[in-house]
Write a protein that binds this ligand. Structure first.
Ligand code: MD6
Ligand code: FE
Length: 218
């Protein structure tokens, strides 16, 4: 008999693993067991480095609010996309990666078969209703052999998961509070995005979705 059978849903948090494709797996509810520690840790980061709407190299204001934790942070401006050790708003280093972030990202990666994942960058995205993330590849990191761990919190979103070419067909993956996607190997450079968020309410996070994406950037 497994632990989940013994303790039922209280301890298993209705966790389920769903392979999305080679190299990508959706761990439903994986972040729920650490929720009580995770949400205050996000608040700590945001208090030091508030969400801001970055501008793309093409001059468009992104609808998603962004901030970072860790020794490197992802930023965009008229000059391009890059990882920067300094928050351009404060001219200070990004807030340190909270212990719980490292623990959660490492555990999810290991569960998906990527043992020893130690992220140096956590991009924190805040979506309000209507916010979206257009189709893109994550290719600003140095080593594509390292996976990405993506944690969804708050109101639901529809994740678009495409192919290696922008024009390839996409599958739509609904993501809800506590879901974790681990993405690496042959999936590492696949195009992906997030559809415009529908208005909704979440008990802990109100009318927004927060996504943490962990990378080994440097
Ligand atoms: C988001 N995520 O879910 C945006 N990138 O809000 C991403 O762009 C992403 O979830 C690479 C791998 C997983 C992701
Ligand atoms: Fe991405």
């Amino acid at each position: 008999m497994s632990m989940a059978d013994l303790f039922g849903d209280t301890f298993s948090h209705q966790r389920r693993d769903e392979p999305l494709d080679a190299g990508a797996v959706l761990l439903r509810g994986f972040a729920l067991m650490e929720e009580a520690v995770l949400l205050p840790a996000i608040d700590m980061v945001v208090a030091q480095a508030p969400f801001r709407h970055l501008v793309t190299p093409g001059g468009f204001r992104m609808s998603v609010g962004m901030t970072n934790a860790g020794s490197l942070g992802w930023v965009s401006d008229r000059r391009g996309y890059r990882y920067d050790p300094v928050d351009p708003l404060s001219s200070r280093p990004w807030p340190a990666m909270p212990e719980i972030f490292l623990r959660l990202a490492g555990a999810a990666a290991a569960h998906a078969g990527f043992v020893g994942f130690v992220p140096d960058a956590c991009l924190i995205n805040r979506y309000e209703p209507g916010a979206r993330l257009s189709l893109h590849q994550d290719r600003d990191e140095r080593d594509f052999g390292q996976p990405i761990v993506s944690v969804s919190l708050g109101i639901p979103a529809v994740f678009l998961f495409g192919g290696m070419q922008r024009a390839d067909p996409q599958i739509r993956v609904p993501l809800t509070h506590g879901d974790v996607v681990v993405w690496g190997g042959p999936a590492r450079l696949r195009y992906h995005g997030v559809l415009p968020l529908k208005p909704d309410q979440h008990d802990a996070l109100g009318d927004c979705r927060i996504n943490l994406t962990f990378r080994r950037a440097g």
